[in-house]
Design a protein around this ligand. Structure first.
Ligand code: B12
Ligand code: SF4
Ligand code: SF4
Length: 324
């Protein structure tokens, strides 16, 4: 099977992007990652610091790995101009069905299709795959597979979809013609610094380095124990996740709205969540009724209540300063 045929299968299985990288370690990426961990920019996400060698070496994930198939799905939605009173905005990626579930189904179907090309069972290549949660540096291998370049905001940016796409990967023993792009030590953003300037908490420390402990996405989703008041005050209209450093990026203007029916708002919580509805919930069951099957099941009700309270407090403060 050649790379072209494989990519056709990926597109017909619902992926918007597909690229191939050699299953080899990327030394510079390993160094970058280890420094990031040493600086404690991962905060309480201790699972990230376990066995860093695995993250940048696919052969440690699958014996005799030859290729990494990097896949992307566009999830873009327009934002409404007005946020309803007492409501908070949900990051775009989380508004429809949980992308992990959507992608997992697509990957399973894709592998079934690939296997059809190998008649004898003995001849079947092996596959291991992950969506986000694998011990794998998805953006770095996404760049190596030619899906885009890594911008100052540390997002992987594609010509057609900007950074509005989610990544997943299949590591395989199948030898495929690689796209293998050279990663540049500098970002390709030129003089632009819009994301760095727009980040409300100053979480973009330097080009491609994010201090998670200051990032609103981390603070609202990844259950840190305590959030400093100064940071809370910068949450703005966000109640779950944050899209600001993507929103301002000029390379994100061209992305068309996602065509994937599972990312439609009817399949999830949609663009806004009513903060009072969250605060009045009495148990996880009630929270699950609202969020089951979506990415919002990651934080527990306790932390979503905290997010809701921060949102209402900020709206109250804004109102006060508007009244002056
Ligand atoms: C932990 C994590 C987070 C953390 C830390 C983010 C960060 N920037 O590191 C937090 C919770 C803050 C977070 C937030 C978000 N995340 Co996140 N996150 C991850 C996760 C699980 C691991 C990322 C990681 O390892 N970070 C450590 C840093 C050091 O690695 P890195 O950012 O990947 O950077 C690599 C490259 O930049 C490269 N590199 C940089 N410079 C150079 C230079 C050279 C020469 C070379 C060779 C390489 C190189 O090396 C780095 C590796 O060391 C990945 C999934 C995965 N398995 O990879 C998703 C992922 C990165 N997240 C994603 C998304 C969508 C988001 C949010 C937009 C969600 C939201 N709307 O709220 C925000 C965006 C914040 C931001 N600007 O990064 C997507 C990104 C898709 C894309 N197009 O880029 C991913 C890939 C998930 C997915 N499956 O699609 N996230
Ligand atoms: S997601 Fe928000 S808080 Fe995090 S780096 Fe981007 S703009 Fe800053
Ligand atoms: S906003 Fe500017 S600096 Fe930031 S990623 Fe986009 S092009 Fe690069």
């Amino acid at each position: 099977m050649d790379s072209k045929a494989l990519k056709e299968l990926a597109y017909s299985s619902g992926f918007d992007l597909c690229g191939i990288a050699r299953a080899e370690p990327i030394k510079k990426v390993k160094e970058h990652f280890e420094k990031w961990i040493a600086d404690n920019y991962h905060g309480e996400m201790s699972w990230l610091s376990k066995d860093p060698n695995r993250r940048s070496d696919p052969s440690r994930l699958l014996e005799n790995a030859q290729s990494v198939i990097m896949l992307g799905i566009n999830y873009y939605h327009n934002n409404s101009k007005i946020v309803p009173k007492n409501s908070g905005r949900v990051a775009r990626y989380a508004r429809g069905k949980d992308y992990h579930k959507v992608t997992e189904n697509q990957i399973r179907n894709l592998i079934v299709e690939i296997e059809k090309h190998f008649k004898e069972a003995d001849n079947q290549p092996l596959f291991k795959w992950w969506v986000d949660y694998g011990p794998f540096l998805e953006r770095a291998y996404g760049a190596k597979a030619g899906l885009g370049f890594i911008g100052k905001n540390s997002m992987l940016i594609n010509k057609k979809f900007g950074s509005w796409f989610l990544l997943s990967e299949i590591v395989t023993t199948l030898k495929l013609e690689p796209d293998d792009y050279k990663m540049t030590s500098k970002d390709q953003c030129g003089e632009c610094r819009l994301c760095v300037e727009a980040c409300p908490t100053g979480a973009i420390i330097s080009s491609r380095r994010i201090n998670s402990k200051k990032c609103i996405s981390y603070l609202t989703i990844e259950r840190p124990t305590h959030i400093h008041k100064k940071l809370q005050m910068q949450f703005g209209e966000n109640i779950f996740g944050c899209d600001i450093c993507q929103q301002v990026c000029p390379l994100n203007n061209e992305a068309g709205k996602t065509k994937n029916p599972q990312f439609q708002y009817s399949q999830g919580v949609g663009e806004f969540i009513d903060a009072n509805q969250i605060i009045s919930m009495t148990g996880e069951d009630e929270y699950l009724k609202l969020t089951a099957g979506t990415a919002l099941t990651r934080p527990k009700l306790k932390n979503m209540k905290r997010n809701a309270e921060i949102l209402l407090e900020n709206q109250k403060e804004n109102q006060k300063s508007n009244d002056i």
